[in-house]
Ligand binder design. Sequence first.
Ligand code: AMP
Length: 121
Amino acid sequence: MSYDENNIFAKILRGEIPCKKIYEDDFVLSFFDINPQKKIHALVIPKGKYVDLDDFSVNASSVEIVGLLKGINKVAKKLEISVDTGKGYRALANISEHGGQEVPHLHFHLFGGEKVGKMVQ
Ligand code: AMP
């Protein structure tokens, strides 16, 4: 699947539509999900144009891969849900059709602020 420049997260990255920003650096942008499924529901997206985690794993540079993983940790710390707060959270990426992915720009969901329950419902 080729990257769709008009997906909603591409528009957010270009500043064409607003988001409730949590964190940004050279590699990631993080913002609150518009339809939160848990008390805290954040999204972390790479700045590069990657459709999903498979695309990212194959095509992203090592620097981008490290940047995304470290970005997730920075967001968790900023939201005070990281392991060092004693709380924790779930990081989840939906991948393509069977994974239930709706927006075709790689994103990790971070769920926390409460016990998030069973992994798959
Ligand atoms: P997924 O099903 O993994 O592709 O998840 C896409 C997520 O993006 C959903 O949880 C949506 O609620 C969320 N979403 C869609 N549009 C926006 C938006 N404009 N700002 C923030 N989150 C959004």
